[in-house]
Design a protein around this ligand. Structure first.
Ligand code: ADP
Ligand code: MG
Length: 340
């Protein structure tokens, strides 16, 4: 007799959760991504104790019908990818079908959802991968509300690894601010223990969101960036060289509205600044690149924040040129002719 056993789902989910939900902020990120994928224009995130005790994400997106509301918690259950071919042109933020299953494996989750045009919503409750009550109808506005309590209640090792409430809260704030920058057309609110910590108007005005994130004084000084080639389009804002920071915390790059981390492109921005930047300083920027999804692979890491380009050097060139041009224009010394 062999000794190999297939893991029970709850155990497999818990292991998968380790990749997806490291801390409250990763949970917030997944839930907000789902709200955006559902076409929400208003997203409210509420935290208790930095999200460790509880978090609620409420949206006005398209909601789920009762069957989907239950199925959403199954691993590899997604409405976003149907075939292998879809993987080469992912247009949604999610596609792995792992987030809700992972979160529900390590927390107590209450999902309320009401599809557009439906009379009422449905509530589904899952704790540690187990449904704790049969789905029941619930009165609620259209959209989805997900409450996540007692994160890591059944994985003490992970719970111990969390930092202070202040630190976890700060990371959640970063996630919401990044999402707000990614989507100036969506209104975000972040509340902690009932107090509004961050808010963006959702009016589609980048400068307005930048002011909410960086402060009005900083945002006002930033320079606008614009550029295009047949394959790529770039736009956004860069800080002046004098606004550069010691860390990369104010460097935001979005590919097709997805926040990403990419060292080569950060270097490309730096190269665009060239000698204008003091050594060991990082420019502030909010840059958006649009390209055919087939030219970028987002399926290389569970966090979906790292990407691979089929033509990395071309992308880097577009970024560098656009940044350099914006700076050249801003600091062009006008030629003055003085007649004596
Ligand atoms: P993925 O986002 O990769 O598809 P998730 O586990 O995050 O996987 O979500 C599973 C499915 O549940 C999604 O594909 C979507 O159909 C549904 N879903 C999750 N959150 C929402 C939401 N806020 N509004 C509408 N549908 C949602
Ligand atoms: Mg998702």
């Amino acid at each position: 007799m062999g000794i190999i056993q297939v893991m029970p789902d709850a155990l497999a989910n818990q292991i998968a959760a380790g990749e997806v939900v490291e801390r409250p902020a990763s949970c917030v990120k997944e839930l907000v991504e789902n709200s955006l994928d559902a076409g929400a224009t208003e997203i409210r995130v509420s935290l208790e104790e930095g999200g460790i005790a509880a978090m609620v994400v409420q949206d006005n997106g398209h909601g789920m019908d009762p069957d989907d509301a239950v199925l959403a918690f199954a691993r590899h259950a997604t409405s976003k990818v149907r075939s292998a071919r879809d993987l080469f042109k992912i247009a949604t933020l999610g596609f792995r079908g792992e987030a809700l299953a992972s979160i529900a494996a390590v927390a107590r989750v209450r999902l309320e959802t009401r599809p557009r045009g439906s009379e009422s919503g449905i509530v589904v409750q899952v704790e540690g991968s187990r449904q704790t009550a049969p789905p029941a109808p619930v009165g609620m506005p259209e959209g989805t509300r997900i409450e996540v309590r007692d994160l890591f209640f059944n994985t003490p090792a992970r719970l111990k690894y969390l930092r202070s409430v202040t630190t976890e809260q700060a990371r959640c704030l970063e996630v919401v601010q990044k999402a707000a920058l990614a989507r100036p057309d969506v209104a975000f609110v972040l509340e902690t223990n009932g107090h509004v910590m961050f808010q963006s108007g959702g009016r589609g005005n980048l400068l307005e969101v930048a002011a909410a994130v960086f402060g009005a004084g900083e945002a006002r000084q930033m320079l606008s960036v614009e550029g295009a080639t047949p394959d790529y389009r770039i736009h956004g804002l860069i800080g002046r060289p004098t606004q550069a920071r010691a860390s990369r915390a104010h460097a935001h790059l979005f590919i097709n509205d997805r926040p990403i981390r990419n060292y080569a492109l950060h270097q490309a921005v730096m190269a665009g600044f060239g000698a204008r930047l003091m050594t060991k300083r990082h420019p502030m920027y909010v840059l958006y690149l649009q390209m055919d999804p087939a030219l970028v692979d987002v399926n290389i890491h569970p966090h979906k924040a790292e990407v691979r380009f089929s033509e990395e050097r071309d992308v880097a060139r577009v970024v560098q040129d656009a940044v350099q041009r914006a700076l050249d224009e801003a600091f062009l010394v006008p030629s003055i002719h003085i007649d004596r």
